[in-house]
Design a protein around this ligand. Structure first.
Ligand code: NAP
Length: 322
């Protein structure tokens, strides 16, 4: 089978498209014919060599959609549509940047849909992260206000739509004024230009602050995001777009305003159930959610797909269709 491998960390040019043996499933593992996969920024980190547990050569790819090719336990039927995400994919064992992926059965989520593979490929990790951040970590409620910091990211774009569908007022940020229109078209109520100090801008609009903050930029803006929250509000750090993972110094009493709650969302710790994923697929089919797909590539174009992710200009999820 064809697979895109990284032998040595570095830039997008480090991908090698190679023929490697088709893996055979043992008990508990399922061979999946990959139909499409979305790109994730954590794969950009792995490509650069920043994922400490990854040993090269490795086929990257933490998610995919496809069809079951071989399940020795016969729990999944040949040709059955499945989605898979996280759980060591593309890190501890070879992932989805390939024609086939050998995956632990526990990572598979069966679903039904007539949508095209490029649309389906955009969904698993994006949905799981947004659903988990909004409903499990932030516990959003109709009528609330939410600040989405990093609004033009694929996670930010989907979070906006799901928050709007749940009856929230959405304020979203970009560093680039040219992307304001894109955010408004995506149903954002108010766009703010990221300047690293949003608390003053937010308090001018909502004097007590916002109810919820979805932090996608990371620790470089988190202290300011905590200051944007109203008393009793929740701030969830889900992303680290600025690639800054830790604080030099963290003094809780100084960082966290009284009664504001700080939490995180991490797909590695929580799995969204198959029913919620199927409901999301149904909502996309019914036109209730408009998936923001940045651009679609083929496996042979994986380096170009990563170049686009490096450039921050995709404006939505980057998908590779096999
Ligand atoms: N916790 C989890 O389980 C989980 C799961 C999936 C993803 N994530 C994280 O969620 C974040 C979003 O992922 P994604 O795939 O949706 O990203 P993406 O679509 O690749 O994001 C691209 C956007 O990021 C913004 N950006 C890039 N560098 C930035 C910086 N230094 N400061 C502020 N904004 C910056 C740019 O916005 P502008 O140019 O418009 O400002 C760009 O439009 C990532 O950090 C990713 O690792 C977390």
């Amino acid at each position: 089978m064809k697979a895109a491998l990284i032998y040595q960390p570095g830039g997008p040019e480090k991908f090698v498209l190679a023929d490697i043996p088709l893996p055979e499933p043992n008990e508990g593992w399922v061979l999946v014919k990959v139909k499409a996969f979305g790109l994730n920024r954590s794969e950009l980190m792995t490509r650069k060599g920043y994922s400490p547990d990854v040993v090269f050569p490795r086929v990257l790819g933490i998610e995919c959609v496809g069809e079951v090719a071989d399940d020795p336990s016969e729990e999944f039927k040949p040709g059955q549509k499945v989605a898979a995400f996280m759980g060591g994919m593309g890190r501890g064992f070879n992932g989805s940047y390939a024609e086939y992926a050998l995956l632990p059965k526990s990572l598979l989520c069966a679903f039904e849909s007539k949508l095209s593979w490029d649309q389906l490929g955009a969904m698993p990790e994006m949905f799981q992260t947004v659903y988990g951040s909004l409903h499990l970590s932030l516990k959003i409620q109709p009528g609330e206000t939410i600040l989405i910091r990093g609004g033009t990211s694929s996670i930010g774009m989907l979070a906006t739509q799901l928050a709007k569908n749940s009856g929230l007022t959405v304020i979203a940020t970009t560093r680039n004024p040219d992307k304001k229109e894109m955010l408004l078209k995506n149903r954002v109520d108010q766009v703010l230009i990221e300047d690293g100090n949003l608390a003053a801008q937010i308090k001018a609009i909502f004097p007590v602050g916002v109810n919820k903050v979805l932090e996608l930029v990371g620790t470089s803006t988190l202290k300011d995001s905590l200051s944007c929250a109203a008393p009793g509000g929740i701030v969830c750090m889900t992303g680290m777009l600025a690639e800054q993972w830790s604080f030099q110094e963290f003094t809780p009493m100084d960082y966290i305003p009284a009664t504001v709650c700080l939490t995180v969302y991490d797909s590695g710790q929580i799995r969204v159930d198959a029913q919620s994923f199927q409901q999301f697929v149904n909502d996309v089919e019914a036109g209730k959610v408009n998936l923001a797909i940045g651009q679609t590539f083929q496996l042979s174009e994986i380096a170009d797909a990563h170049r686009l992710m490096d450039s921050n200009t995709a404006g939505g999820k980057i998908v590779v269709v096999i």
